[in-house]
Design a binder for this molecule. Structure first.
Ligand code: BT5
Length: 255
């Protein structure tokens, strides 16, 4: 169970995920959150870069020390974190984001948030997990290569004359995460959360392109299973897409 959340904030770090890893190795307690104004080496999945320019976005990571968790359940934590960010954006700002499986939140077909879950083993068991969340808040411009597919809270709230608040949103995200994580950890699967997750799943029931390293095909996204894996229907054959294995792109545009 996740009970106490403690917050630390730094102006500039390399990556909040890496700062949490250091603290985890020094035996910090689960529930520690490290956030930063900017990251000099923000990380996406599989060696990709995450843009977190000066004090415009949220870069925040939490240390988890799940007891007796199976290795298989770790990728599901990303799926749980996506629900939390979606929930926080909705509660605070009325923004009705969709989850692009497994780790993005999208609004207007553009990415507002990315999530990177990492972990370290000790003696064959999960020693700790770090959940890192990046949310674009005040960003008005993005580097050219992502400008067409990125958005921010302020851009989304522009039409109603409002702005986001990084501190307030960070707290709301981790409070929502606590709620969902404590449901997840009881069964170590999505059985208690699947229905709500699927109601926000982008492309559910629609055609998607599954882009694996050596194979790429079109299929219809059907939902998730209890492990948080994506179920697709490829010409009548049900296939399970595991986290991290493939990119899922909607056939039209980024989503
Ligand atoms: C992610 O990877 O989306 C995971 C991002 C996790 C960032 C957080 S910030 C706190 C913590 N500390 C870290 O060092 N990381 C975590 P992925 O699905 O691989 O997407 C990466 C891709 O998203 C890049 O290749 C770009 O195309 C795009 N991208 C990069 N920065 C972006 C931004 N600020 N907004 C929207 N898209 C972005």
């Amino acid at each position: 169970m996740l009970n106490q959340i403690t917050y630390e904030y730094y102006d500039t770090v390399d990556s909040t995920n890496d700062r949490i890893k250091d603290r985890a190795r020094q035996n910090a307690d689960g529930g520690l959150v490290i956030s930063a104004g900017t990251q000099t080496a923000g990380k996406g999945r599989i060696g990709r870069k995450w843009e977190s320019p000066s004090h415009d976005s949220i870069s925040t990571s939490m240390l988890l020390r799940p007891e007796e968790i199976s290795l298989d359940a770790i990728p599901t934590i990303t799926v749980v974190a996506a629900m939390a960010v979606r929930d926080a954006l909705s509660r605070l700002y009325g923004l009705d984001g969709q989850i692009k499986w497994p780790n993005d939140i999208v609004l207007d077909g553009k990415k507002i948030c990315g999530i990177l879950t990492e972990m370290e083993l000790k003696e064959g068991k999960v020693w700790y997990v770090v959940v890192g969340i990046g949310v674009n808040v005040h960003n008005r411009q993005f580097p050219e290569d992502i400008a067409f597919k990125a958005t921010s809270v302020d851009l989304q709230l522009e039409s109603v004359g409002k702005q986001g608040h990084r501190g307030e949103l960070t707290k709301a995200i981790w409070e929502s995460f606590k709620k969902y994580y404590n449901i997840f950890i009881q069964t170590q699967d999505m059985s208690g959360l699947k229905e709500e997750y699927e109601s926000h799943l982008a492309n559910c029931g629609q055609r998607v392109r599954i882009e694996a390293q050596d194979n790429s095909y079109e299929a219809t996204a059907m939902g998730i299973n209890n492990r948080g894996e994506l179920i697709v229907d490829a010409d009548g054959e049900e296939r399970i897409i595991r986290t991290g294995e493939v990119s899922v792109r909607g056939i039209y545009g980024y989503v």
